[in-house]
Design a protein around this ligand. Structure first.
Ligand code: CMX
Length: 139
């Protein structure tokens, strides 16, 4: 498996509008993109920290993954995403090593990346995501 860096860290928040000023006015980061990912039932806001991004996640539906997470656990760290070269190979390898996959095949996530999640019950409690950029898509 070829992981190059942590692509982003996902943080569940109740309100982007309330959370963004902490990242901008206290940490001095700049929100460069706000995007709704309809099939994930979230609105996202992105900040860059070196090569890694912070992705704030606001739920748009209490029955979605982030809505349920906030209801159960409150705001906080939601997932960690690794940048990978070949996402299908990574999924095959994880599955062959008995890791439970949420997504058997990659799908489109925020910023047009190909993404797939591994189940937190087989990754020591951390919801884990693979992200493949367009450059990484060539086999
Ligand atoms: N991190 C760690 N554990 C988590 C978790 C998370 N983010 N989300 C849920 N869990 C745990 C719950 O605490 C629960 O544990 P217990 O059984 O010990 O109580 C268990 O997983 C099941 O949780 P649930 O609330 O019943 O939720 P579901 O099983 O319906 O769904 C999951 C859980 C991980 C499969 C689902 O959230 C999922 O498919 N996530 C991937 C997609 C996603 O998170 N999308 C939002 C972000 C999208 C983006 O970045 O664009």
């Amino acid at each position: 498996m070829e992981i190059s860096h942590i692509e982003h860290i996902g943080i569940a928040v109740k309100s982007l509008e309330e959370a963004i000023p902490f990242y901008e006015n206290v940490l001095g980061l700049k929100c460069y993109n706000i995007e709704e990912v309809k099939d994930q039932k979230v609105k996202t806001a992105f900040f860059k920290v070196g090569q890694t991004k912070i992705e704030l996640l606001e739920s748009t539906d209490p029955e979605g993954a982030v809505g349920k997470f906030i209801e159960k656990k409150g705001e906080g760290l939601h997932h960690m995403a690794f940048a990978v070269k070949n996402i299908e190979n990574c999924l095959d390898e994880a599955q062959n090593k008995d890791v439970k996959l949420i997504d058997l095949k990659p799908r489109k996530g925020a910023e047009g990346l190909n993404i797939a999640f591994l189940h937190p019950k087989s990754t020591f409690g951390v919801l884990t995501e693979f992200c493949e950029s367009q450059e990484g898509a060539s086999r």
